[in-house]
Design a binder for this molecule. Sequence first.
Ligand code: ZN
Length: 203
Amino acid sequence: MKIICIGQNFADHVKEMNSSTPIEPIFFFKPDTCLLRKNQPFFYPNFSNEIHYELEVVLKICRLGRNISERFANRYYNEVGLGVDFTARDLQRNCKAMGLPWEVAKAFDGSAPISEFKSKVIFPDLGNLDFWLEKNGEVVQRGNTGDMTFNFDQLIAHISKYTTLKIGDLIYTGTPAGVGSVAIGDRLKGYLGGELMLDFFVR
Ligand code: ZN
């Protein structure tokens, strides 16, 4: 399976990063070795001094498809979860400055904690879904899927123009404003539609 991550999909996050809103979705990949399941601790890597959390709603692909039209895109995912796209912001800044790929900043082991998945039918409106992140008991990030620049169906249509989606692939759909650093000892809790989905420590 593969993990596809969307960049700059919330206007407020684009602003805090001093970027500009993209005219089409931006995506990149993480390998499956990034996944951290069952609230396993995230081990702070020794190659960075600035690891940032990015809380994101995650779609799980349930059908093989390519060149999927936006109209039919919702048939290609039936479960939704919550994940963190950990980013070595210091390394990413260097990559951006040098015009280099982002993998060292994004694709390292353990950089993609993932929750259990829920059937999408339990959510009354996927286009209006609140999610938030608490760090040590304080809310640090808050988003709503209605504020995405590109919605789930548009993302699937765009990605599948370039790369075949396979059963089990995950799409991290982008992060809202409020990204920030973590330190060893921090406890992160992620909520989706009011429900606690992620609860793990940084070690
Ligand atoms: Zn992200």
